[in-house]
Design a binder for this molecule. Sequence first.
Ligand SMILES: Cc1cc2nc3c(=O)[nH]c(=O)nc-3n(C[C@H](O)[C@H](O)[C@H](O)COP(=O)(O)O)c2cc1C
Length: 188
Amino acid sequence: MPLMILAHPNIQQSAANRTIVEELKKSNIELEIRDIYNLNPNYNIDVIAEQEALLRHDFIILQYPMYWFNMPAILKVWFDQVFTYQFAYGSKGYKLKNKKLLPSLTVGQPERNFKLDEYSTRMDSLLDPIRKSVEYSKMNYIEPVILYEIATVYDVENVTGNTNSEIIEKAKIHSKTLQAAIQRYDKN
Ligand SMILES: Cc1cc2nc3c(=O)[nH]c(=O)nc-3n(C[C@H](O)[C@H](O)[C@H](O)COP(=O)(O)O)c2cc1C
């Protein structure tokens, strides 16, 4: 059974991440979902509880919205405090070795805004800190599932707007893609 680390600082106001999670809950996929923002108030991470949760699962999904071309602060604090010496690495560490980790993120801007050229995207370098952290911990990085262009119509120029129902429709498709990834990677 996979573990989903949900990192959203305002899940009640969320359209995309909330729909993704609700759709997964409605599906017949079994997974543990940890809303780390609400489980760890004031960024006070319960390190033992978070580490124990990671140890219970072999497939971990990070579900979060892109904030300032990065992960939300709660997810960074979670990495800093949970991926510790002698747990994630070190002579008695590497406790997450061989587990799989898949980033699943929602992004306001369209995919074309990240294109460098026909073949490469800046998203790869933006996700590199996660990829490198996963590799450093001897885990396996699974190619991310990314939901682009979900800014509302009120967002900045250069962004194509979406209505709330369009965002929800896209998020449902994203959730289906995640379900397929879970079926593919959770057993292998
Ligand atoms: C603080 C903040 C920073 C954001 N930074 C970015 C960004 O750097 N690039 C981008 O494409 N979208 C950015 N967005 C848009 C969010 O990624 C988008 O609103 C979010 O993925 C929607 O998910 P939700 O409906 O679950 O909140 C930002 C939004 C907020 C609130």
